[in-house]
Every structure is written in structure tokens, then in C-alpha cells.
Design a protein around this ligand. Structure first.
Ligand SMILES: Nc1ncnc2c1ncn2[C@@H]1O[C@H](COP(=O)(O)OP(=O)(O)OP(=O)(O)O)[C@@H](O)[C@H]1O
Length: 793
């Protein structure tokens, strides 16, 4: 009976949990297993009739002329010999059943958890039956198979016949208790209930109307026959908690208490788990059927730029070391320090592309500050610009003196992009800046920075640095994964990226140029980015995740429904070249949204890179600085500038040409920025731009400025010629957005915006509502006609 209940439960547990294969593959595998199980079944059964005839053929399997009597010929004879004769005897049939069940599980895509249990029990049965038959029918070894026979033999050698019998008895008890959930009181109840049912049947035969309909009958029963049974019946009706006392007359009712008496709690827990699983199963099933969502699919044929688009800049081997120069510098350092009575215990040189680091361990008792103060003297004696003393080198306990090489080696972008460190970088937005002083490629994750401030006097390598950042991302990221917003007031530095507008750039709806050169447009873009940020936070909140990475992972696993507004979110990188210019002209209007973005945008994948020539405090204000932990300083002209950008000096001692300091907190790292020339950028953008692209640049949310949409007073005569058409479009679509008018009537952004203002003045659309489309106040075209004709009266 318990088995019956189990079956019923296992049936109800049929869930759509996947087995890691696609549905088609599961059907194929399932049918293969079912057919195999049938083949084995026929082989095994016929083996018992044909084994003697086929025995001689076992060694001649490959001989095509020989024919076996087994229903499945030589295959059947061989496999049966192996599984039945040498294996488990007649119990091997269980194997065919297990295979068949497994096949059905696959075929019907059932949950595999129960399957594993079935196999375990199947094997237990096989071993027990084999052992039992080996014991009981030891004169017929085919029944128990070699396994049963040998096991018996082995056990009997140690425990004798009685011992084996007791072992078998224990095995049987184990199976009865664990598999059939048999308990002595359960059995007693079962038999009592059967007895009671029989008794009531007998009674039912004499008095067919006496069953559970009237209390008078019950009292009668009570008087006449088994009082216990009737007691239970009345309890059962009134007090369900006492059901377990005695079963009632009806078979159906008897089964209920028996079920509750046995291991029911565990079963109910399983049911709860099942419900939880089903939620996930929908996405698991989607993933199994269609695979994970692939955001790159729309541009599936996109080819990443190849390395040969980059120039090696004449550097083929590593850095060439001038041994003489090294010795010379070393001697000069030692001598200068000696002049100031500073003894050196040890000196070591690390040769970098632009500078060589001399690491010295001073003799015991030398004060570090003394060496630090000798910076100018050492520079003088070495007759070199750009000496930087790091005392002490963090984490090393030595003092570093960086001396520029006479012949600096260019670090080509090609070499850093090709480096395994960059190629293998498992970062969200990896950037290969260049090489450190020990000639290691320096790769950082923009997503971790999360915003970057870049400063340097004119001609020191800022634009090259920005190009290095953009190139790194272009080499690592698919157009679906990252979008750039480029602000270039100088109008010349970033123009080349126009070619990849429809792949990698994002812009405001309706703007013609993807690269922003106009300062007023920057304000709109920044505000639009703030709207995008708020929208993304809403999406993250709805998805119950903390950042864009988790969000996108969840979306790819098809756990977020696009119908609820969820979509794959690309990273957005905003690059502003010449920030000083912008802040001078727009001031607070720019500073406020930038500060807001810098404070909040890290989690939702919007990252800012700001470059400026003048790192003065009125450009890099406190609020901006506080939110840009990653700073890069190219050579600046004064110590004050260095302090403003890095909070430390040193940038004034750089040698220019891409020599830079990078800090992201405390440590300052000197890096030679990778050099990528304009023709190389042109080649890369050309390569990408010539490939199939999205229909348009990535569209940012619409932002119309704070003062728009209020106090509008348009004369009817001043209305746009397409006013009525636009009104019809808006009313038909019931969506008050300027971009809709733009698309439908093929207008520019400004004109569409004006029309929207006129529609608002006419009371056709509601006021501006931030990122949302305006409300349409007119329900249909008839109402619109009426409204417009009323106006004319
Ligand atoms: N990493 C580098 N390696 C070698 N040379 C470099 C590097 N960076 C810049 N240079 C040299 O310096 C020149 C000026 O660089 P870049 O145009 O980047 O300066 P900038 O700081 O952007 O100047 P501006 O602010 O006037 O635009 C480049 O043309 C190049 O010759």
C-alpha cells in the first residue's frame, strides 16, 4: 500500500526539470535506452532456452557464418553470457527494467532525482535475488548467476549455511523496511483494517442500507458487533486527529490514516522543494531548449579587430639595454650618496621602457628622509630630468631611484594587446595601459576603478592615453557589451570613432552627430545618462540583484522576462576630452550630473573617464575628485598640479611622451603608456565600421531640459505645418514621444521637439515626465478632430 502511495507521489512529482540535454536529444537518448532494454530483455529470456546451444559460439563472435539461437543472435548470446551467466542470473532482468525506466525518464523529460534512487534499489534487489537464488538453488547456477554462486561460496566458507541464511534474512528485512516501508504495527493495522472491511462487507450483505448514513445505524452496529470499529468511525468524522486508532469500514478511508502514520513528514517536505524547483525550471528549461541568451547574436558575425591592424613601432625585440649607461648611473648614484655619507649595502637595477629603477638597500642606521631630500642632488649628478625617488618602495623595504633611460623604448599598443596578461584578462572592462617599470604589461579593470580622471599638460600623451583605453576595449568587447559616449570639444581628437557609431556609440535620440562637440549637448547627454542610471537601478531592483554583472548573468540565464521590461544592459563608458573647457562654460550644470553619476553609476555599468589639461582646483573640484578614485597623471607643469591630480607630487618630474603615474588609492605606479597612433585608430575603426552594424547608434533616454514643457503658448497660426499629422500619429499610437514623431514623419529632433511642445500647448499631450513618454490626453482620432475644430471656432 505504501508502495502505491509512493507511486502516486512520484507521478505527481513529474516535473520539467532538465537533464542537461536539449529536448530532442533527450527523446533520442530515451528511445535508444528503451529499445536497448527491450533487446536485452529478449536476449536474457531466450538465453535460458538457448544457452547450451550457443555456448560454443561465444568465442566465434566475429565469424559471420556462425549463427546463434538466441533471439538476438550472437549479440544476445554474448551479452547474456556476460550479464546473466557471469553476472546476476535471472535477477539481470531487473537491469532491463532499470534501463527501460531510465529511457522513459529521458523520453518524457522527467526529474532525474527519483531515477538515481531507482537504480540504487534496483542494484540492491539484483544482488539480493542473486544471492538468494545462489543459496536456494545452488544446483542451478544459472538462476543466481556467477555473482550469486561465488558470493554464496565465499560467505559459506566463513559463516556456514545458517550464517548465509541469516544474512539473506537481514537483507530481506532491510529491503522490506527501507523500500516497502514495512513496520510491524503498520502490518498489524493493515490486517485489522482488512478484517474490519471483511466484517463490514459481510454485514453489508445482510443489510445493504446500514452503511455510514445514519447515526441510528451506527448505534445499532455498536450494540451488535465490533464496538471499536464504530468508535473509530464516529471519531473519524468528528475528530480527525484520532484517526489512527482504528480503521473504518470504507477502504478509501482506511488508507488515509495508514499513510499519515508512516514517514509522511519527509514526503511533504519533498513536495515543497518541488514547488521551488519548478520556478527555476522554467528558466532552466528555456536555457536547455534555446541555450543561454546571447547578447552578441544580433551581430553574430562580428569579427574582433585583428592584431596586425596595430603597428609595432619599430620595436620587435624587448628593451635594448645599454650596459655602460647602467654602470655609469649606478656609479654616480653610489658616489653622490657617498658624498653625503650614505653607505649602500646593496643595489639592484630593473630596466623599464622609459626609466630604469635602481633599488638600493642603505646601510643600517641611514635615515630614509635623508635620501629623499637628496633628490635634486642626485638629479644634478646624473644630469638627467625626471628622476623620482620612492622612499621606501611600498612593500619592499628598499629605496627606489627612477632614472630615465637615454633612449626610451616606445611601448607599442600592439605589444600590450598581444600580451597574455591582457588576452587572458577575466575582467569586465579590461584596459591595457602600457608597461610598468619592470616591463610588465599593466592591465586594469575600468569596471573596478570605477571612474577615471586623467590630467596632463598639453602634448604629454593624454589623447594617446584615451585612445589606448578605447582601443583596449575595442579589442576585448563585442558591440553588444559596451557603448561609448564621446565628448570632444576640440572636435578633432575623437572624430575617427564616428565610423563605429552604429557599433559602439551611444547618443541622444535625434542628434545627428554621435560624437558630442557642442557643450550644450553635453548637459543634455549627462542628464540623459542620469535618467538611464535611474532606469537601470529600477531594473536591478526588480531583478533583485546588486549590480550589472549579476543582472546580466541572470538575464542570460533567462531568469528575467523581457516582457517585464528587462533587457541585456551594455556597459556605458563616457569619455570627456578637455573637461576644463566644459566646466568653464557650463559650470554647475555639468558638475552636478557628473557628480551624481560618479557617486551612483558604478553598480549599473556606467563609467566615466575625464581628461583635462588644467588640473586646477576649479576644474577638478572637491566633489568630482572625491568620486574619481582612479587618477592618471601625465607630465604636469607644477608640483601643485601634481598634488591636485594625484594628492602627491611626482607628476611634475615625469619625462613626458606617455610617461605617466597611475593611482587608485594609495600606491602610485609609474607606467609608460602604450602608444597608438592616429593611423592605427583609423585602421581599427575602419575594420569595425565596415562590418554589419546595428541599424542605429545605441539610443539614450530622451531628455528635453528642465524648462521645456511649461508655460507654452503657441499661436495656432505659428504651429508647425505637420502639426496635425504629428497629432494623429501621437493619438493613434497613444504614446507622446518626440522620437515617435521623428521616426514616423522623418523629422529632425529639434523640429519634433517643437511639435511636442505645441501638442502640449494644445492639450493633446501631457507635460514632460522625465524618462517616461508623455501622457496622451486625447483618446482617439474622433476626439482629436473635435478638439481641433473647436479650436477654430
Ligand atoms: N605613449 C607614448 N609613447 C610615445 N610617444 C607618445 C606617447 N604618447 C604621446 N606621445 C607623443 O606625444 C605627442 C602628443 O601626444 P598627445 O596628442 O596624446 O598629447 P595630448 O596630451 O593629448 O596633447 P593635447 O592636450 O595638446 O591634445 C604624440 O603625437 C606622440 O608623438
Amino acid at each position: 500500500m505504501a508502495k502505491k502511495a509512493r507511486k502516486a507521489r512520484s507521478k505527481s512529482k513529474k516535473s520539467r526539470r532538465t537533464l542537461g540535454l536539449s529536448k530532442q536529444n533527450k527523446i533520442i537518448l530515451g528511445s535508444l535506452l528503451i529499445l536497448l532494454s527491450m533487446a536485452l530483455f529478449f536476449s536474457f529470456v531466450s538465453f535460458y532456452f538457448t544457452w547450451q546451444d550457443d555456448q560454443s559460439l561465444l568465442t566465434e563472435f566475429s565469424d559471420r557464418n556462425e549463427e546463434a539461437k538466441n533471439l538476438l543472435n550472437k549479440f544476445g548470446a554474448s551479452i547474456s553470457h556476460f550479464v546473466v551467466y557471469k553476472g546476476f542470473g535471472i535477477a539481470s532482468l531487473i537491469l532491463t527494467i532499470l534501463l527501460c525506466i531510465t529511457g522513459l525518464y529521458f523520453f518524457l523529460s522527467l526529474e532525474k532525482k527519483g531515477l538515481f534512487k531507482k537504480w540504487i534499489w534496483g542494484l540492491v534487489f539484483m544482488i539480493w535475488i542473486s544471492l538468494a537464488l545462489g543459496f536456494l538453488a545452488d544446483t542451478h547456477p544459472l538462476l543466481g548467476g556467477l555473482v550469486g554462486y561465488e558470493m554464496n561460496d565465499f560467505l559459506q566458507d566463513y559463516t556456514g549455511k545458517i550464517g548465509v541464511f541469516l544474512i539473506l534474512l537481514f537483507g530481506l528485512t532491510f529491503i522490506l523496511v527501507r523500500f516497502f516501508e514495512f513496520t510491524p504495527d503498520g502490518a498489524a493495522r493493515y490486517f485489522t483494517s482488512k478484517k474490519a472491511a471483511l466484517a463490514s462487507n459481510r454485514k453489508g450483505g445482510t443489510d445493504s442500507n446500514s452503511t455510514n448514513t445514519s447515526s441510528a445505524d451506527i448505534v445499532l452496529d455498536n450494540e451488535e458487533d465490533t464496538p471499536v470499529t464504530i468508535d473509530t468511525y464516529t471519531h473519524k468524522k468528528d475528530i480527525p486527529s484520532l484517526e489512527d486508532e482504528k480503521p473504518a469500514k470504507d477502504d478509501f478511508e482506511v488508507t488515509v490514516p495508514v499513510e499519515e502514520e508512516t514517514d509522511e513528514l519527509a514526503m511533504e517536505v519533498e513536495k515543497i522543494v518541488e514547488e521551488e524547483e519548478e520556478k527555476d525550471n522554467t528558466s532552466d528549461k528555456l536555457v536547455a531548449d534555446f541555450g543561454e541568451f546571447d547578447p552578441t547574436l544580433e551581430l553574430g558575425s562580428y569579427k574582433f579587430p585583428t592584431i596586425d591592424l596595430l603597428d609595432p613601432h619599430g620595436v620587435t625585440g624587448g628593451i635594448t639595454i645599454n650596459q655602460e649607461e647602467l654602470e655609469d648611473n649606478k656609479n654616480k648614484i653610489v658616489e653622490t650618496l657617498k658624498n653625503y655619507k650614505i653607505g649602500i649595502a646593496q643595489i639592484k637595477a630593473t630596466i623599464g621602457p622609459t626609466v630604469t629603477l635602481y633599488e638600493i638597500v642603505p646601510e643600517a642606521g641611514v635615515r630614509i628622509s635623508k635620501i629623499k631630500n637628496l633628490e635634486d642632488d642626485i638629479a644634478l649628478s646624473l644630469a638627467a630630468l625626471g628622476i623620482r625617488i620612492i622612499a621606501p618602495i611600498p612593500g619592499k623595504g628598499t629605496i627606489g631611484i627612477e632614472v630615465p633611460n637615454k633612449n626610451a623604448t616606445i611601448v607599442s599598443m600592439r605589444s600590450v594587446i598581444a600580451s597574455s596578461k591582457f588576452q587572458k584578462a577575466e575582467m569586465q572592462l579590461p584596459i591595457a595601459f602600457g608597461k610598468t617599470i619592470s616591463n610588465e604589461t599593466f592591465v586594469v579593470d575600468l569596471a573596478k576603478m570605477p571612474h577615471m580622471l586623467m590630467a596632463g599638460a598639453t602634448g604629454q600623451g593624454k589623447s594617446v592615453g584615451l585612445n589606448a583605453v578605447l582601443t583596449s576595449l575595442l579589442y576585448k568587447k563585442h558591440p553588444a557589451e559596451v557603448k561609448f559616449i564621446l565628448v570632444d570639444p576640440k572636435k578633432v581628437e575623437l572624430t575617427l570613432y564616428n565610423k563605429i557609431e552604429r557599433h559602439f556609440l551611444a547618443k541622444l535620440p535625434g542628434s545627428d552627430e554621435a560624437i558630442i562637440t557642442d557643450n550644450t549637448k553635453v548637459i543634455n547627454t549627462l542628464n540623459s545618462l542620469c535618467i538611464e542610471m535611474d532606469d537601470r537601478y529600477e531594473l536591478l531592483k526588480a531583478a533583485m540583484v546588486r549590480n550589472i554583472k549579476e543582472y546580466n548573468t541572470k538575464f542570460k540565464a533567462r531568469k528575467l522576462n523581457p516582457n517585464d521590461g528587462h533587457k541585456f544592459l551594455p556597459y556605458i563608458v563616457l569619455v570627456i576630452d578637455e573637461f576644463a573647457d566644459l566646466i568653464m562654460t557650463a559650470g554647475k550644470e555639468v558638475e552636478t550630473p557628473i557628480a551624481r553619476l560618479a557617486q551612483l553609476a558604478r553598480a549599473i555599468g556606467i563609467h566615466l573617464i575625464i581628461a583635462t589639461q588644467r588640473p586646477s582646483v576649479n576644474v577638478i573640484t572637491g566633489i568630482i575628485k572625491a568620486n574619481f578614485p582612479a587618477r592618471i597623471a601625465f607630465r604636469v607643469t607644477s608640483k601643485i598640479d601634481s598634488r591636485t591630480i594625484l594628492d602627491a607630487q611626482g607628476a611634475d618630474q615625469l619625462i613626458g611622451l606617455g610617461d605617466m603615474l597611475y593611482t587608485q588609492g594609495n600606491d602610485v605606479t609609474r607606467i609608460q603608456c602604450a602608444f597608438v597612433d592616429t593611423p592605427e585608430v583609423a585602421k581599427i575603426t575602419e575594420y569595425i565600421g565596415s562590418q554589419r552594424a546595428y541599424p542605429d547608434a545605441h539610443e539614450l533616454p530622451e531628455y528635453s531640459g528642465e524648462d521645456s514643457g511649461t508655460n507654452l503658448d503657441y499661436e495656432i497660426a505659428d504651429r508647425d505645418a505637420l502639426f496635425q499629422e504629428a497629432a494623429e500619429v501621437i493619438v493613434t499610437a497613444q504614446q507622446g514621444s518626440a522620437s515617435l514623431i521623428q521616426r514616423k514623419l522623418k523629422l529632425g529632433y529639434n523640429r519634433a521637439g517643437r511639435i511636442v511642445d505645441q501638442l502640449e500647448a494644445a492639450g493633446i499631450v501631457g507635460p514632460f515626465e522625465g524618462s517616461k513618454a508623455r501622457q496622451v490626453l486625447v483618446p482617439d482620432l474622433a476626439a482629436l478632430d473635435q478638439l481641433l475644430s473647436n479650436e477654430l471656432k
